[in-house]
Design a protein around this ligand. Structure first.
Ligand code: ADP
Ligand code: MG
Length: 245
């Protein structure tokens, strides 16, 4: 693996039975780089992200994150996973505990942080996502956008090296989308390394250092937002953009 990269993926393959979903993915992400992944539904974007923190086990290939090969069965995946934050379309907050308890759970259980230290940190991250005043409420009382911002705070509380986002705004009412994207843009500005699957082309244009176009289990095109959105080279990219823009 190459030390200049935070994440390096080499020739990644993943099949479900006969269905080959990832057909040899290569991707390298530098520290503080923001990579947006776009592409049609079913092209393998979620499967790819899930391989990155081994929610899925790839069939072959290598995934290096901070020098550890995630695809290697000998790697302590729980340790690695603590350094990878993941935010999903559906927020998966624990409904039976307060917002702040949602955030402190993993740092206390997995990082062995003291309760007081974890709570102080949680308030800091809630402040970052603009929800400090919601610390003690039940997540059920929050709007979708607020839940998603809590989910981001919860991921940040583990102090991850890399944040993965899988369509974090797709399930939100339109008026909630801006706040969540705003939080993500701030994170990017702060230097977080991020891989973001999104249909928000405006966000990709504004925030991404690089845009990757997925199609049929392969990366068809990889370039700056300007290259991908203004001068797409591959007909599949042109087709896709014509449909969504
Ligand atoms: P995307 O996120 O780009 O929409 P996915 O990665 O979700 O695409 O899905 C890619 C393909 O993998 C689809 O054909 C989907 O049906 C298949 N797939 C995804 N997850 C599973 C699974 N757990 N079992 C079987 N097939 C799956
Ligand atoms: Mg998906």
């Amino acid at each position: 693996m190459d030390k200049q990269y935070k994440v390096q993926v080499k020739d990644l393959h993943k099949s479900y039975g006969e269905n080959e979903v990832l057909k040899g993915i290569d991707l390298a992400v530098k520290p503080s780089e923001v990579v947006c992944m776009i592409g049609p539904s079913g092209s393998g974007k979620s499967t790819f992200l899930r391989c990155l923190n081994r929610l899925e086990v790839p069939n072959s290939g290598h995934i290096y994150i901070d020098g550890y090969d995630i695809a290697d069965p000998k790697t302590d995946i729980n340790l690695v996973r603590q350094n990878i934050g993941m935010v999903f379309q559906h927020f998966n907050l624990f409904p039976n505990m307060s917002v702040i308890d949602n955030i402190t759970l993993a740092p206390v259980e997995l990082k062995k942080m003291s309760k007081e230290e974890a709570q102080e940190a949680a308030l800091h991250y809630l402040d970052i996502v603009g929800l400090k005043e919601k610390a003690n409420v039940n997540p059920r009382t929050l709007s979708g956008g607020q839940k998603q911002r809590v989910a981001i705070a919860r991921a940040l509380a583990m102090k991850p090296d890399v944040m993965l986002f899988d369509e974090p705004t797709s399930a939100l009412d339109p008026e909630m989308v801006g706040d969540v994207l705003g939080v993500m843009q701030d994170l990017a500005k702060e230097g977080m390394t991020m891989i973001v699957v999104t249909h928000e082309m405006g966000f990709a244009k504004r925030v991404a250092d690089r845009v990757v176009f997925f199609h049929d289990g392969k990366i068809r095109e990889d370039g700056t937002p300007e290259q991908i959105f203004e001068h797409p080279q591959h007909p599949d990219t042109q087709n896709f953009l014509n449909k969504v823009l």
